[in-house]
Design a protein around this ligand. Structure first.
Ligand SMILES: [Zn+2]
Length: 91
């Protein structure tokens, strides 16, 4: 066997080793990611700012309105109405 062939075999073995090792790391990462993914309705800790009274409200409890294609969140219907009457947003 020529030394060049030995080197090539060595490189191939090394690449194979890296692939196996890399694949394992990837799988571990994927498993970890899976456990980090939250269910879509778990937004109770996402806070949004009410532009009227500047209060922070949990997104899932906020009153929402569309303004210029943007979704805006309010702490209450009252703030929403105030915003709509000030900005003239369509309900
Ligand atoms: Zn408010």
């Amino acid at each position: 066997m020529s030394p060049i062939r030995l080197i090539i075999i060595g490189i191939l073995l090394y690449i194979g080793y890296l692939l196996i090792k890399g694949g394992r790391v990837d799988k571990q990462r994927k498993d970890r990611k899976k456990s980090e993914i939250r269910s879509p309705d778990d937004v109770s800790d996402v806070l949004v700012e009410d532009p009227v009274c500047k209060k922070l409200v949990p997104q899932n409890q906020a009153v929402t309105a569309e303004h210029e294609g943007e979704r805006i969140y309010f702490c209450s219907e009252e703030c929403c109405k105030t915003f709509v009457s000030e900005k003239g947003a369509e309900k």
